[in-house]
Every structure is written in structure tokens, then in C-alpha cells.
Design a protein. Sequence first.
Length: 230
Amino acid sequence: MSQIFRCPKCDARFDPPREIASECPRCGIWFHKFERPEDAAPEAEPVLPEVAVRLDRHAFWGRAALLAFLTIWGAQLAAQDYRLAEINSSFMHAILLPIHEAGHVFLMPLGEFICILGGSAFQIVLPLGIGAAFLWRQRDVHGAAVCLWWAGASAVDLAPYIWDALSPQMILLGGHTGESGPHDWIYLLSHLGLLTHAHGLGVAVHHLGVLTMMAGICVGAYWLWHRQPG
């Protein structure tokens, strides 16, 4: 539109119409520079800081009790001697053993090395994968923290297996030691040229597992602290 019949600001009428590149004689606006309120870009809504959602008392204390239980259980697992494979008689090992064996089965099509590695890898990757699902799909930091603790406990469970590879004494699932039958970590470390480092790797995995369990507890406790019931 090149001519203005009515001022868009003060509503003055013009006869004859005025050019769009002129100004209003009443209010003084330049027609081609005036911006109507409805044409202006909408103001962005202020971004409010995220407010932590508080849990009800039952949910809060239930999760707090779970963290306390995992703290005590994790301390017991960490205190067991990995050189003697004491964890193998624990309830945690009974939980992880079927997961370990399932890893062998699932990765069998990928060749011998990956199949044998799959048992140990699966008992670490499974809790981490479930934790990632908690975090990214449900935004459940507490659930992810519990899974992080689980992954650490799995590493603590693996440490004796790695340590034992250098001087096999552990009783395996078939009722024999690695000297007389297959042993995952003898095979794996031999293929990687690291068999002589089995003790050092076992210690490192044990300590890493303990730190991971502690990290899971700390993350869960920090998240829970900020969601105390009002």
C-alpha cells in the first residue's frame, strides 16, 4: 500500500490520502517507519530457573533407605578380598553370574574373542545402559545413580576373575580351576599380551569399581538432598 487514508497511531483521517513516505500532521509519525503493536515480534517469555521438584515423604524416605542399604552393601563388597575371590560366595555374585553368562550367548555370533569378552563386558554395560535409559528417557537421576552403583559392584565382582588369571585358583562354574579348564581372563589377557599384568589390572578394576559405587551413592544423595519434602 503506497497511500495512507488513516494514521495507524492517532487514527487521523486524510482526504486526499497521504503518501506512505510522509509524516502524520497530527502526531508526527513517519508512516513507513511506524510499527504496529500487532506486527512487532512477541516478547520472549522470561526463562525461569529450574525449580527442583520435591518428593512426597514416602518417596523421599524410600529412596533414602535404598541409598543407605546400597552404601552398607557396597562397603561389604569393597571389603571382601579380591585375591581370594570372596565375593564369589555373595548374593551379588549370584545376581551377576546369569548376566555374565548371557553376555557370552548374546555376543557368540561376533567371534571367539568378543564372545569370551562379552560375559565380563555385559555385566558392566547392562547397568550402564539401564541407567542411561533412566536418565535420558525419564530424567530419573536417582535411578541412573543406582545403576551406576550397580556397574561399580559389577566391576568389583570382576576384579577377582582378572586377578586369578596369573595363578588360577578360582573355582569356576564347572567346578574346576582355570588350570584345568577354560578361564575367560587367561584367554583374554594372553591374546592381548597382558597376562603378566593380571594382578595389577585386577587391583585397578577393584578400585575403579569401589570408586564407581561411591560415585553412584554421592550422585543419588545429592539429587535426593535437593528434593526434600517440604
